[in-house]
Design a protein around this ligand. Structure first.
Ligand SMILES: NC(=O)c1ccc[n+]([C@@H]2O[C@H](COP(=O)([O-])OP(=O)(O)OC[C@H]3O[C@@H](n4cnc5c(N)ncnc54)[C@H](OP(=O)(O)O)[C@@H]3O)[C@@H](O)[C@H]2O)c1
Length: 277
């Protein structure tokens, strides 16, 4: 049994589709609300909340391989419960910021979870993706409402990754030999700036999308409302305020692990253009 946590999210939902399509299984997806989840046919739905460890017991029963989206509960308790349930292998969603910005709070937290997993006695694979292409959905409401997209660091190009490529790497790590004990830094195939991303979305929509670069201060004021001040600073650093060569590097890990080239940003847009209409 493979348990996918975050199964309704960007990566988890794509991973369940990947696993289902390649005939892996049996499969189970974790969600806090089974009524809202729509998983591929034959995938078992398990209702559970990381904040309620008792609810995870049935979810972990019989599981040999676990895809874990971290930092949504007590990862120490979750890994402990997985070990007690005889889970053999955990594929962990971490972040490239562990190596690019180890001083930032979220990166320190991810590093701590990676350490917990490596010390757990279970086999492990760590995925460290860079910024997701799906982060462009942050602009979807403005674009739908024909408002100006207002972005800081408009011309900083980052090797944005398609969520399906992270899912593809996770699927291979969960189902094929040779990936235990590996840490995979994952990027897309090219660097793309926010200005270029909005142009790609505009081209897919077939209309102009007004765009303006704003200051870090203005962006911080807005983002703090949703993320809190510290997390807003961390996001601003890693999206342009404090980038470094390690973050900007395009890597071939996706194609090495999956055998298929990493998908470009315009592909994600063509698959998700309805979100911007
Ligand atoms: N966005 C980026 O650029 C980026 C870059 C690097 C790493 N990451 C990492 O990627 C991860 C996010 O992945 P994602 O984008 O696939 O997630 P997402 O789309 O934000 O979805 C979050 C998922 O977590 C589940 N969830 C939330 N709280 C939960 C709880 N208390 N108990 C059980 N499940 C819970 C949700 O399920 P239900 O609502 O159905 O319960 C949902 O499936 C984070 O760990 C983040 O640090 C993101």
């Amino acid at each position: 049994m493979i348990l996918v946590t975050g199964a309704t999210g960007n990566i988890g939902s794509a991973l369940l589709k990947e696993l289902h399509a390649c005939g892996a299984g049996p499969l189970r997806g974790l969600t806090r609300d089974a009524a809202r989840a729509s998983f591929p046919e034959g995938v078992e739905v398990s209702e559970g909340d990381f904040a309620d460890m008792a609810s995870l017991e049935p979810a972990l029963e019989g599981v040999r391989s676990l895809f874990l989206v971290s930092r949504m509960g007590s990862d120490a308790d979750i890994l402990d419960a997985a070990r007690q349930a005889d889970v053999a292998h955990v594929v962990l969603m971490s972040s490239i910021t562990v190596q690019t910005h180890p001083h930032l709070g979220p990166a320190r937290e991810n590093m701590a979870v990676e350490r917990l997993l490596k010390d757990s006695g279970m086999a492990w694979t760590v995925l460290r993706p860079t910024q997701f292409a799906s982060n462009a959905l942050w602009w979807a409401a403005s674009i739908r409402e024909h408002q100006t997209v207002r972005v800081p660091y408009a011309d900083t190009g980052l090797p944005t990754i398609h969520p399906a490529d992270i899912a593809a790497v996770a699927r291979v790590a969960l189902t094929e030999p040779g990936h235990q004990g590996q840490t995979y830094s994952l990027t897309g195939p090219e660097r793309v700036t926010a200005r270029q991303q909005v142009k790609v979305i505009a081209a897919a929509l077939g209309r102009e999308v007004p765009f303006a670069e704003i200051s870090r201060e203005e962006a911080h004021q807005h983002m703090s409302i949703f993320l809190g001040a510290e997390a807003a600073d961390a996001v601003l650093d890693v999206t342009g305020g404090d980038v470094n060569d390690e973050l900007l590097t395009v890597r071939d890990t996706v194609s090495r692990v999956t055998g298929s080239p990493a998908r470009p940003f315009h592909q994600w847009v063509s698959e998700n253009v309805s979100a911007f209409r």
